[in-house]
Design a protein around this ligand. Structure first.
Ligand code: 5GP
Length: 142
């Protein structure tokens, strides 16, 4: 797997505007922000997509995300924001190292715009899918 731009940032080979760092997590400003304060939060562990991340890194990210969100919202004077996490090229992932976007939504025309084509869930499909996912989760215990 080729080294990603985010791995280079973790290793200090290229600069970033860092806002937070601990043993497992790094957060810095996005170079092409959708709104002021757009921040990326990444694990130091190398993993392409979230499903490949260790429980330890996932826990470290989860522990600090609310704190970073609070700081970004306070500084930008925004109370609304989106968390975006893309996995795979078809899902708009451009950098193949797990990352969470924190994107302040100060107004309707700034920040993330989302298409949300509503489907409907019939009870037979819901039962089958829920059962299958439940079984997969049970089989995937750490
Ligand atoms: P993705 O589409 O993979 O979820 O988003 C990748 C994000 O990384 C984009 O928002 C892009 O602007 C950001 N990005 C790409 N290269 C760099 C870089 O070298 N430095 C910083 N700070 N952000 C980057």
């Amino acid at each position: 797997m080729a080294e990603t731009i985010f791995k280079k940032i973790i290793d200090g080979k290229i600069p970033c505007h860092k806002v937070y760092e601990d043993d497992h997590v790094l957060a810095f400003l996005d170079i092409n922000p959708l709104s002021r304060g757009h921040t990326l939060v990444i694990p130091k562990e190398v993993a392409e997509t979230l499903d490949h991340l260790s429980d330890e890194s996932a826990a470290a990210l989860g522990r600090v995300m609310p704190r970073i969100c609070r700081a970004v919202m306070k500084v930008t004077g925004t109370s609304e924001y989106n968390i975006l996490q893309n996995n795979g090229r078809g899902a708009h992932q451009a950098v193949f190292h797990v990352h969470f976007h924190i994107i302040p939504k100060p107004s309707a025309s700034e920040g993330l715009e989302i298409g949300w084509p509503l489907g409907s869930l019939d009870s037979k499909t819901a039962e089958t899918v829920a059962q299958q996912v439940k079984q997969q989760i049970a089989a995937d215990r750490p």
